[in-house]
Design a protein around this ligand. Sequence first.
Ligand code: ATP
Length: 326
Amino acid sequence: MHNIKCVGLLTSGGDAPAMNAAIRAVTRTAIYNGMEVKGIMRGYKGLISGEIVPFRTQNVSNIIQQGGTILKTARSSEFETVEGRKIAYDNMQKEGIDALVVIGGDGSLTGARVFAAEYDIPIVGLPGTIDNDLFGTDTTIGYDTALNTIMQAVDKIRDTASSHERLFFIEVMGRNAGFLALNGAIATGCEAAIIPEIATEVDQLAELIQNGFRKSKNSSIVLVAESEITGGALGLADRVKKEYPEYDVRVTILGHIQRGGSPTASDRILASRMGEAAINALLEGQRNVMIGIDDEELVYVPFSKAIRKDKPINRDLLNTVKILSI
Ligand code: ATP
């Protein structure tokens, strides 16, 4: 038996497309089940400063198609302190919030885990990040939209790359995870993907590109995940230029364009299903779990597993990129 009367809802960390669709689904499912909903503005920061507003069904009208998050998002170093979390808890008590739904990436879910360990609060997380780097879920909210944004941008760059017969290094997001770079490379027919999970030697890369140019190709595109390990697109381009000055090398950093835009159908459906599942999880007495999707089935993943840093990437896909770009 649940005794949750009021659910607090927040988005935290980096924003991702379809966070709004998730906010809508959580709000409406909670209200449908007779619960009150309070929107917490600016993530944990707003929980500490008390920026909390009652949410009705109309608050989430007309947002399913909008990028960004109507709850805004922020990072809060204060929430990383015991004192900060005490203020957050006191604010929850004051507002009568007896459960939390947190939408965010691994940092946000780490925060949720720490908070739940200190105070007796049921918390359910939704994986909201374009990086797709949360363990226990096939995909995260926002990933598909970001991938499609990358695809459209790279398609455009390919036009100019081939007109000028250039070699492009295009940097995509994914600090510690190569999902966007790898699947982006497959979707756009790139010559290579450079990802933090697997070391790449400049020699190997140059050979691959050289082979391509020697055959019929007059342009090449390499997708690079932003990361200290890969050195990013600028770092890699510099190294290749030094060794192979004959190439006409250009760099494009896609940047924050990847975070925005109207979510794809796939992301809207995922966020809607996961948002509904978050409330169902609370009704079932679940706590400290992230909603995941595993082979089309919704699953509950304990926070401790979800935030493991090593979500495996399918290394065979690197070979796919290589074979398909001969
Ligand atoms: P993205 O992966 O898209 O950047 P994220 O959720 O990982 O999103 P972070 O900036 O890592 O984003 O974390 C968001 C917030 O979560 C932090 O600003 C902080 O308030 C909270 N948080 C992160 N780690 C902890 C922790 N160890 N203890 C308490 N709170 C934390």
